[in-house]
Write a protein that binds this ligand. Sequence first.
Ligand code: KIV
Length: 291
Amino acid sequence: MNTPQNSLPAAPPYGLSAGDTPKKVSVQTFADMRARGEKIAMLTAYDATFAAVADAAGVDTLLVGDSLGMVCQGGNGTVGVSLDDMVYHTQCVAEGVRRTGGRALIVADLPFGSYQVSKEQAIVSAMALMSAGAQMVKLEGGGWVADTARFLVERGVPVCGHLGLTPQTVSSLGGFRVQGRTDEGAARLREDSAALEAAGATMLVLEMVPAALAAAITADLPACATIGIGAGRGTAGQVLVMHDMLGVNLGRMAKFVRNFMEGSDGVKAAMESYVRAVKDGSFPDDAKHAW
Ligand code: KIV
């Protein structure tokens, strides 16, 4: 496991006035935000510079997503991403957030093949990500994943689940399509969400599920912050892949994405506009970005 070499001089916190001390976002912060009805703004990040800009723009939580397999490595999925890749990018993001004063909470994806073999494999992988600077790890799936989530939580690792369209298992889902459209599929998603919350997961990404279902799951889970992507506006927060919301994408832009660079004067302004839109509820617009 290599530590990224960094020859940059120590920089003053990006975007802060002298004397400002940003309050670190914690798992408790999400519960407090939920209690006062404030939405959580999450973006993916993969490197120090963009992580610093996003943190300075007020993004509450950064996801070092295995979507880096597509946006950084140019692949067509997440399955080829290794634990070493995740550790490296988590270290880069943690360094960026440290430079700005370290407000955003960092969540890192457990990549495909790093947690499926056994709970012991999962905790070793999670510890590598936590040592690299993550404050929470994300794992995909329902059913057996709840037991693994409980095992991690009991050992001090905060856990984020990921249900709906789970990119690591997209081939078994029959492609990138909306999940939970049938009564049976919706009931399974509700059960899996409840099992993850009962296992101690404090965050849950819901990807490409109908808006009404995501809102119902959010209401079902008082102790778990739901974060939607293509899941309508009824979740506790939103996440987008950073490259998508900046309008740079090697493929086709999904329906649920908005390009925040349009009308923004630079990357930081686009991210500030994303944070504002999530917080004031103007993104997503269910008529345009949801199913
Ligand atoms: O890897 C990723 O970027 C993700 C988001 C799409 C939620 O899991």
